[in-house]
Design a binder for this molecule. Structure first.
Ligand code: GA4
Length: 362
């Protein structure tokens, strides 16, 4: 087998076969509300019910300058440190620096990451082991970013509350702004993946079959050559806001035009936020909004850097479907639980587990 250079036609062909086609199906929401707030809130509610995922543009978080750029500079500097320096911030138990291993049950991915609590006191505590040269600067860069992204998460949740016609439209955003909210910040660094071999005829046929196959069976491209950066899962929290550099990798499982689910490649857009509904929002809306399954497949020859804010309620928050979401035709789907109970379940399971099913009313 010959290892082709990054730009040879053989490699480009390989990558094209590994990836599902980019799709116009990724909904885009212009947060500047060009058609007014009412139309925007209805659009946000509709995409969260139909896809559970959208690209937010004109979102008001300044880029390329501002908190996002400062955080990217600080985290890139951290990931450039020698391994033993980074390991001082680990192991992730569950927070801290991690490399390849995800969670406690044997999941692995081609990445390294920092997982931080989003609350300022916890950031300051962790920063002491993250960046010895200037921990207080590191904390203030993280806190400033969290404040900006939390504001955006609240705006989106308020739009959702309005679009769904909730009695208290601010119900969702209040959960994540409580002082003891359990929100997290994750920074993922995926190394370049340039070791894909030149394919022989049999490999090509195999890859074509895999690319045609839908999720749930042979849709996992690691079978031949591709690498799982972060395996298939849904996010457990309320809402996640992801921002990444211009390197592709994210894929989401969306219903296609025929109503079947299929993996869709999300084209990178470093100026946007990618927003996804988490399990708790699905439970609070009695299944009206859908917690989207997603994954990262590493195929690029440049490192991918992504930052995800997971907006969560306090540990003691009780999660049960809002009364206006339960009707005669739509009975209660999930039993009531606290976020602490849900977290306990999630840490006992593998990444790909559909953990909300455990709380399903039979
Ligand atoms: C998936 C979403 C977030 O990245 C995360 C992950 C968490 C972890 O890395 O510790 C989990 C995973 C995530 C769900 C199942 C458990 C817990 C790894 C894992 C196998 C930080 C989160 O909140 O849940």
């Amino acid at each position: 087998m010959v290892v082709p250079s990054a730009t040879t036609p053989a490699r480009q062909e390989t990558v094209a076969l590994l990836l599902p086609p980019p799709s116009p199906a990724i909904p885009t929401v212009d947060m500047s509300a060009p058609r007014g707030r009412g139309a925007l809130s209805r659009q946000v509610a509709r995409v969260c019910a139909e896809q559970g995922f959208f690209r937010a543009v004109n979102h008001g978080v300044p880029m390329p300058a501002g908190p996002a750029a400062r955080l990217d500079a600080a985290t890139s500097a951290f990931f450039a440190l020698p391994a033993h320096d980074k390991q001082r911030a680990g192991p992730p138990s569950p927070l801290g620096y991690g490399c390849r291993s995800i969670g406690f049950n044997g999941d692995v991915g081609e990445l390294e990451y920092l997982l931080l609590h989003a609350n300022p006191a916890a950031v300051a505590h962790r920063a002491a082991s993250i960046n010895t040269s200037d921990p207080s600067r590191f904390s203030s860069v993280v806190n400033e970013y969290v404040e900006a992204v939390k504001q955006l998460a609240c705006d989106i949740l308020d739009l959702l509350g309005e679009g769904l016609g909730l009695k208290d439209p601010r119900f969702f955003s209040k959960l994540i702004t409580e002082t003891d909210s359990d929100s997290l910040l994750r920074i993922n660094h995926y190394p370049p993946s340039c070791t894909i071999h030149k394919l022989d005829h049999d490999d090509k046929c195999k890859l074509k079959r895999i690319a045609r196959t839908k999720a749930g069976n042979g849709g996992n491209p690691t079978v031949v050559g591709g690498r799982i950066g972060f395996g298939e899962h849904s996010d457990p929290q309320i809402l996640s806001l992801l921002r990444a550099n211009d390197v592709d990798g994210l894929q989401v499982l969306l219903p296609d035009v025929e109503g079947k689910d299929g993996w869709v490649q999300v084209p990178a857009d470093s100026s946007a936020f990618f927003v996804n509904v988490g399990d708790l929002l699905q439970a609070l809306t009695n299944g009206l909004l859908v917690s989207v399954r997603h994954r990262v497949i590493a195929t690029a020859c440049r490192p991918r850097l992504s930052t995800i804010y997971f907006a969560a309620p306090p540990l003691h928050a009780r999660i049960s479907a809002l009364p206006e979401m339960v009707t005669a035709g739509t009975p209660r789907r999930y039993r009531s639980f606290t976020w602490a109970e849900y977290k306990k379940a999630m840490y006992s399971l593998r990444l790909s587990h559909s953990r909300l099913e455990l709380f399903h009313v039979d």
